[in-house]
Design a protein around this ligand. Structure first.
Ligand code: FRU
Length: 515
């Protein structure tokens, strides 16, 4: 987040009390997602401390429990066994004399390198940024530094390390969001840290003492804003045996459709230095998700090798308008958890995202239909706001100007998602509905270039009460977008625009809520 974004809500908060909480989740909360994670109440931004331990996926998150706008950051906490149903737990980390608790990661220190373990208990160790608001106000540059906390009871209670901070600030204003991984070949911990618009790598034998290793980022990728919330992991290429390292870097602003977004690099990492591979050096940026609403996404540590997945969850909002979206009791949701994959394409290596298999458990009965000639408007069978659609489109003759799907309600509001063959791009149009007046930056059209080749355009779409997630071409092009209609979008239809000879085949499922 930019300092200006942080400070404004703080000033406002000093002047006014937090708004009263509306009643708990239910029909009075039309924009409450029904199968995406939301805090029970109040403000949430980035996912933090993602770690799988003892059968539980931990999801910590940036949280301000006293208001629905950003403020002094805590780590909220929830756990899940299936990545769909989340149990809210008490706040894990509170601000302290060293500052607010900004974003970071968590690991299970199974060899007890930190020495925090006791009597056979594996410590969970959280590595986070302390942000000192007094230092920031005083105009200092060194008000962000890295600290530790640990838990010996499956994340239920946390002790801050007495030696905090473990990584002092070297004089860099934006110096935050440590992601720590175990680098097996060098038998050391590696910290990946956002430092202004660079990534700094540090190493440590024990999580407590850190040594600077290298810097990455000058002249690489997008630099339209500050770099935040990095992640680093190794992935098989097309399922293996070759592997490459992926470096995720969130950036705000400077996203492809404005505001916040996450870029990625693929390359090599030897334990100290990341070197971008072919097609990733230089200024071209590659986006993990080109939609407006997937930010600060990071991946779980500790997922057993037998599972082998690299699972990411992102904050489903954008700093452009996150603090003014029209929800009352809480603000913000997370994306669906997604598994990440590296695919070799004609243009080079690309990252693909795909909803975790568990998401298929939400599906009701499928309806499958093949349409040899798509009309301008073809109503979809499922009713209700929650639905999933797999759509294959092709044009053996003349191409349409666009084809895809529209969601709508009786108030004349709609959301349009489609593909434009001439431009070879996917498009999401949130329209100009009055409910969107909360921010001039919210309405409008988002686009993403098609990455795959081939005659058939394939889209998988997952709709919750207030979000659409588009996974196109097997997840190579992804767009996540939230929306806030006056009334739920309970109807949907396929559209064809500008004539053309369109063949469509689709499978549609109504989705079951988990809350
Ligand atoms: C990203 C971010 C992080 C920071 C946190 C503060 O959205 O700005 O860089 O740690 O949010 O809440």
């Amino acid at each position: 987040m930019k300092a200006a974004v942080c400070l404004l809500p703080l000033l406002l908060l000093a002047a006014c009390a937090p708004p009263p909480a509306a009643p708990a989740s239910g029909t009075d909360e039309p924009h409450r997602p029904r199968f995406h994670f939301t805090p029970d109440s109040m403000w949430m931004n980035d996912p933090n401390g993602l770690v799988y331990f003892d059968g539980e996926y931990h999801l910590f998150y940036q949280h301000y429990p006293d208001s629905t706008v950003w403020g002094p950051m805590h780590w909220g906490h929830a756990v899940s066994r299936d990545l769909l149903r989340w149990e809210h737990l008490p706040i894990a980390l509170y601000p302290d004399s060293l500052g607010y608790i900004f974003s970071g990661s968590a690991v299970a220190d199974s060899a007890n390198t930190s020495g925090f373990g006791a009597a056979g208990q594996i410590p969970l160790v959280a590595i986070f940024t302390h942000h000192d608001p007094a230092g920031e106000r005083a105009g200092r540059d060194d008000f962000q530094y890295q600290s530790l906390a640990y838990s010996l009871d499956r994340g239920r209670s946390w002790t801050k390390y007495r030696g905090n901070p473990v990584l002092p600030n070297p004089g860099i204003r934006d110096f935050r969001d440590p992601k720590v991984i175990w680098h097996a070949p060098s038998r050391r911990w590696v910290m990946v840290l956002a430092a202004k618009d660079r990534i700094h790598f540090y190493t440590s034998p024990n999580l407590r003492e850190w040594t600077f290793a290298s810097e990455f980022g000058a002249g690489e990728g997008a630099h339209g804003g500050v770099w935040e919330c990095p992640d680093l992991f190794e992935l098989p290429v097309d399922g293996g045996p070759e592997t490459q390292w992926v470096l995720l870097v969130s950036i705000n602003p400077g996203g492809p459709n404005g505001g916040s977004a996450t870029q990625y690099f693929a390359g090599t990492f030897d334990g100290t230095r990341f070197i971008p591979g072919e097609g990733f050096g230089g200024q071209q940026a590659h986006w993990m998700d080109a939609g407006r609403d997937n930010y600060a996404g990071v991946t779980w540590s500790g997922i057993p090798q037998a599972d082998g997945r690299r699972i990411l969850i992102g904050w489903m909002s954008n700093w452009d308008y996150a603090q003014t979206v029209p929800t009352r009791r809480w603000r913000s949701a997370m994306t669906l958890p997604r598994s990440l994959h590296l695919r070799r394409t004609p243009g080079g290596l690309r990252l693909a995202s795909w909803p975790v298999e568990e998401a298929a458990r939400l599906r009701g009965p499928a309806v499958r239909t093949a349409l040899p000639a798509l009309a301008d408007r073809h109503p979809l069978p499922a009713s209700g706001a929650l639905r999933e659609l797999e759509l294959a489109l092709s044009w053996p003759g003349p191409a349409p100007a666009a084809a895809g799907v529209v969601l709508e309600n009786d108030r004349g509001e709609s959301l349009r998602i489609g593909y434009q063959p001439a431009e070879q791009q996917y498009v999401i149009d949130r329209g100009q509905a009055p409910r969107q007046a909360f921010s001039p930056k919210f309405a409008g059209i988002q686009t993403a270039p098609r990455i795959a080749a081939g005659d058939t355009v394939r889209m998988r779409l997952i709709f919750d009460a207030a979000s659409a997630e588009l996974f196109a071409d097997g997840g190579l092009t992804v767009m996540t977008s939230i929306f806030f209609p006056e009334a739920p979008f309970t109807r949907a239809y396929l559209f064809r625009e500008g004539g053309g000879d369109v063949q469509a085949a689709y499978t549609e499922w109504p989705l079951q809520p988990v809350r």
